[in-house]
Design a binder for this molecule. Structure first.
Ligand SMILES: Cc1ncc(COP(=O)(O)O)c(C=O)c1O
Length: 476
């Protein structure tokens, strides 16, 4: 019943019947008119609050959140056209980008719209860190290569909640998900092999693939995910050794694929006997439940996760759910790399999960991110060129802006002027294999307050308008 009430009110808000600032009926009056218990209405209001649609004001009741998106800004007009990219070159810009980004963090005064993790400090994490560090002598020893049993147990319980059943025996804790990705790639790939990635994709992945001297097939992303018709063609013609995909809250586009897209992708991979590496480090930040991961549809998928995006990247705690037949060989590789990931961060995360803090923290984080996303959407529709298009992610912390073609020649100047104006964002070209793609930028709403975000988006909008004003020429 409470879900029905939530759905009804949600519909009223998203259809525009209730607008930001409108007051909702009091709990007592709604309970009376619907002939339900007050607790039922409270439960529905709690869900709406957690979804960022409603705010409670002490003593005055519940109101439609001021940052709830208007129906118009909820529609994504993202629809790029792009060719498949085949890449055999070398020289990744990832290292330069990463170093610049970390250095910028140490400088004050920047509006950071490039940050890839939320800046919200998890409640109680410091307390738990002190407790775990003080008490646990066993953490000072060498430990299991696959990671602490308690943490793996907790990760397994978390994964069940998102529809993925994995035994703790088949989970391997890694030093950030970056190590997990690297281990799986090194396990499958030899120089010269073909690998499928989405185009655009995570720039760190492109850097590892570069280092391995493999050849990349960049399959274009449209609003639904990787173009599966093109994928089928290239699976047939190039026989790649691996498909790398981010199915939930894709970096950089923020897109989450549907269940039917996932099923079709699995079918193709099975048909061509091509393993899948699924990288869902943003999974916990999906606002409503996302479709279950690809791995839940096929146990042969390698699934990579992380606590960098939901707790703290400095902990460097990630994990892989490994298909059972590959576990021993991959564990040996992990052992030879670093024996095991540091035990103290593993114990901290394990304790944080076990005490229920993580679940509550995720709820708060998702609500905060949703408000921030809505604020960014509003700012984009106010300050960005009318012919720019952007994605509408169902959570996470990025959105992807596709700029009109007239920006193709001025992207470096846009970036330089933004840095001069102390605004950071991620250059879209970093995310395209061979840097071949349409003009685009990735904007993060995970870091700054809505006010600063608006200031940053307004500043960028000004730079864009200055460097490539809309032409009157219809060919643009
Ligand atoms: C898609 C994706 N995978 C993996 C990583 C690496 O994260 P970490 O090694 O901190 O877990 C990132 C970081 O930005 C990412 O965006």
């Amino acid at each position: 019943v409470y879900q029905q009430i939530r759905d009804r009110l949600q519909h009223l808000i998203t259809s525009g019947a209730l607008v930001p600032g409108d007051r909702l009926p009091s709990i007592r009056s709604l309970a009376q008119s619907l002939q339900v218990n007050k607790l039922t209405v409270m439960e529905a209001y709690d869900l709406l609050t957690a979804a960022g649609l409603v705010t409670a004001r002490q003593g005055s009741g519940y109101f439609v959140d001021l940052l709830s998106p208007t129906p118009a800004s909820l529609t994504s007009r993202f629809s790029p056209t792009q060719d498949v990219v085949l890449w055999e070159t070398q020289g990744s810009p990832f290292f330069r980008y990463y170093s610049q980004y970390v250095q910028a963090q140490y400088q004050a005064g920047f509006i950071d719209l490039s940050c890839a993790y939320p800046q919200q400090l998890p409640d109680n994490l410091s307390r738990i860190t002190r407790r775990v560090a003080g008490l646990n002598e066993s953490l000072h020893h060498y430990d299991l290569a696959q990671g602490l049993p308690r943490l793996r147990q907790q990760i397994a319980s978390f994964l069940v909640q998102i529809g993925l059943e994995v035994s703790p025996e088949h989970l391997m804790v890694t030093t950030g998900s970056m190590q997990g990705l690297s281990l799986v790639l090194r396990y499958f790939l030899q120089p010269g092999d073909w690998v499928v990635v989405e185009s655009p994709t995570f720039s760190g992945m492109l850097a590892i693939l570069e280092q391995l001297q493999v050849r990349i097939i960049g399959i274009p992303m449209d609003a639904n995910g990787m173009n599966l018709e093109l994928l089928a063609q290239y699976l047939h013609s190039h026989r790649p050794k691996l498909i790398y995909t981010i199915s939930t809250l894709h970096n950089p586009t923020g897109i989450t694929t549907s269940l039917s897209h996932r099923q079709a992708l699995i079918q193709l991979a099975q048909h061509y006997k091509c393993p899948i590496l699924e990288d869902n480090v943003y999974e916990g930040l999906h606002a409503d439940p996302a479709p279950p991961p690809l791995k839940s549809l096929d146990a042969n998928v390698f699934y990579v996760g992380s606590f960098s995006k939901t707790l703290q990247p400095g902990l460097r705690v990630g994990y892989i759910a490994v298909p059972s037949q590959h576990f021993p060989a991959l564990l040996e590789q992990k052992l030879l790399q670093d024996l095991h990931s540091p035990t103290l961060p593993q114990a901290i995360v394990g304790e944080y999960l076990a005490t229920g803090h993580y679940r509550r923290h995720l709820q708060r984080l998702r609500t905060m991110l949703k408000c921030h996303r809505n604020a960014m959407l509003q700012a984009l529709s106010t300050y960005f060129p009318a012919d720019a298009r952007w994605t509408m992610p169902a959570g996470g912390m990025f959105l992807w802006v596709q700029l009109p073609n007239r920006f193709a020649g001025v992207l470096a100047a846009v970036h330089q002027q933004a840095v001069d104006a102390k605004i950071l964002y991620t250059e879209g070209s970093l995310c395209f294999p061979a840097r071949q793609g349409y003009p685009a930028i990735r904007l993060s709403f995970g870091n700054e307050s809505p006010d600063l975000m608006e200031k940053g988006v307004a500043g960028l909008g000004e730079i864009l308008a200055r460097l490539a004003p809309p032409s009157t020429n219809a060919a643009d």
